[in-house]
Design a protein around this ligand. Sequence first.
Ligand code: MG
Length: 394
Amino acid sequence: MSARRISILGSTGSVGEQTLAVAEEFPEKFQVTGLAAGRNVEKLASQVRRFSPPIVSVADEKCAQALRDAIGSQSVEILTGATGLDAVAQCESDLVVAALVGAVGLGPTLAAIRAGRDVALANKEVMVMAGALVLREVQRQGVRLLPVDSEHSAIFQVLEGQRREDIAKVILTASGGPFRTWTPERMAKASVAEALKHPNWDMGPKITIDSATLMNKGLEVIEARWLFDVAPEFIDVVVHPQSIIHSMVEFCDGSVLAQLGLPDMRVPIAVALAHPERLPLELPRLDLATAGRLDFEVPDRKRFPCLDLAYAALRGSELAPAVVNAANEVSVARFLDGAIPFPAIASINSAVLDEHLRHSAGSSVRDLDDVGEADAWARAFATEQKTTQPGRCV
Ligand code: MG
């Protein structure tokens, strides 16, 4: 493999940093040609020094000036805002790593696909908000979409060499998050710090809260529905607290194939970066005898109502997943700000989905404007939702 040119949308986030860590370990295999970050200028400056990308992007002009000051005479084109994100998405590269968090990643990821770039997708909201649109564009451009989300990477690996029509069921594993064994009463009083303590994975704050509510697994059900073109009734979730099995596929003959490993995002990142090669990563290895046991349980849909919201959204309308996603971004931000209690995340998301389905059941997605409108409406409605007591939405 000659050096693969990669650009990263969201380079200072958790997946972005781990992508660069993998690239740094194999300098003969990867060349970084573009980096897009938000406001973490200090971290981006260090990345620019290490990888010398010709083009970078930051949130705004103030950040751009701070970056210029930080990197001194080093020659690099610095762009800002949505234009900058699109420019990095379309810059000279073989693979764009879409590692932004949330709705902001949709536009630039589509821009990358339309520019004919293969995409390593960590930004699950892209598929959640506009899966049908994205898939259409991927097919039209003939580019590859390589999942980075650990569950979807597992399914992707398991499906290689298999016929899609032989799939009987896709089974996503879920760690269960930090509140897997908590009572509803205790969950109602959960602090932000407690919700941010993920038992197995090292991830950013938004996705860690989503793991605590199981909204993350719900979003992953929607993501799987589009990535693998499987109807929701053929997608199951099983709680597996050790996070050793990253997901499974059951085939029509009853065989279940799984992908296993110690939980480390560098593995799915490396699979996407080097595909179809595998990189000799120097990471601790899975020893099943040391692991001792693998446990499984049914998810508690009462304590974690966000999981079923995802299925309801998939059944409700083509726009409903974008609505749930937008509501959830608002409610998680409000929780992280200390403005609402933990159970209010689910009740706000649910109230917003109900309101959408009351007016727009069966609505379809024609273009990005439809998605943008639904997203904006859901954000406004979620922001207005008041909570008078823990978990109670009025
Ligand atoms: Mg995941």
